[in-house]
Design a protein around this ligand. Structure first.
Ligand code: A2P
Length: 281
């Protein structure tokens, strides 16, 4: 598995297993088993996915060595703040049956729409993340869905800047400005929903390109993220697709093909603007 290096020197696999909406414990166990055999080590979960316990059971029952996994988890919005994030992390560690996480992320920024004191809330949650990092409960820390203004605000008080920002990225949502912003500051970018939650796979331009390249549309989407230097986190409930989704390294997209994909207009996905969400508080 190709690995990228975060700013703190910790290596992160470039392709990971997304687990949002996958809650069935038998399916998770089957996927983690197949994933290990294929070379996946990064499992991306979140407290809000309600599958931490099933993942904890799966990897321990399968007898996988902890050091062969890269466990990434996210704190939910109800646990913002210095103390709350630390106790949420400890609970997640228990559910995942581990005494450390490889990466711990803030799931959503507190947004100005919902909180007058959004800057303070994010700063305090981040201070708790830094504390967890200092104590060694988490090997790396980061955020999700942070836009440049959330990161700017955080930089006023942060001792350590996020090592990673996980955001929705796929054809039709190329996040060019955000990626440039993060790259200039040493913040790695992770692509969540790299297939637009499946909707992007129906795009006619991508289908045409896939035909020319003799690849699947999913592979075109994943190669697009890989070629941008991102960590990509596709989700699938099928072991054979786990394999298909890894086969994106022995071929490439040309500069023109990358440009063509960059120019595809929005064609589906999750499409939540972190500043517009109110229902996520
Ligand atoms: P399935 O679980 O049936 O494989 P995203 O990663 O952007 O959130 O997209 C997830 C969706 O994409 C799921 O519906 C998943 O369905 C589908 N998917 C994942 N990998 C592939 C693939 N290689 N080919 C087709 N669909 C895929």
């Amino acid at each position: 598995m190709v690995e990228l290096e975060m700013v703190n020197g910790i290596k992160i696999p470039q392709i990971g297993m997304g687990t949002w909406q996958i809650n069935d414990k038998d399916i998770l166990q089957e996927l983690i088993k197949a994933g290990q055999e294929l070379g996946y080590s990064l499992i991306d979960t979140a407290a809000a996915y309600s599958n931490e316990m099933a993942i904890g059971k799966a990897w321990t029952q399968l007898g996988i060595k902890r050091e062969d996994l890269f466990l990434s988890d996210k704190v939910w919005n109800s646990n913002r703040g210095f103390e709350a994030v630390q106790s949420a992390c400890r609970k997640s560690l228990k559910k995942l049956k581990t005494d450390y996480l490889d990466l711990y992320l803030i799931h959503w920024p507190a947004s100005p729409k919902l909180y007058d004191d959004w800057e303070i809330l994010n700063a305090e949650t981040w201070r708790g993340m830094e504390q967890l990092y200092q104590e060694g409960l988490v090997r790396s820390i980061g955020v999700c869905n942070f836009k440049p203004h959330h990161l700017e605000a955080l930089s006023k008080t942060a001792q350590v800047m996020p090592m990673v920002n996980q955001v929705e990225f796929h054809p039709g949502m190329p996040q060019q400005e955000l990626i440039t912003y993060c790259r200039e500051r040493g913040i790695g970018v992770e692509a969540s929903s790299p297939l637009g939650n499946g909707t992007v796979l129906a795009n006619a331009q991508l289908k045409e390109l896939a035909k020319v390249k003799k690849k699947t549309v999913a592979q075109i989407c994943l190669r697009y993220g890989v070629e941008k230097g991102l960590v990509v986190l596709p989700k699938t409930t099928s072991p054979s697709r786990l394999q298909e989704n890894l086969a994106v390294y022995d071929w490439e997209l040309s500069v023109e093909e990358m440009r063509m994909i960059d120019a595809i207009p929005y064609c589906g996905g999750i499409g939540i603007d972190p500043d517009e969400v109110t229902e996520f508080g």
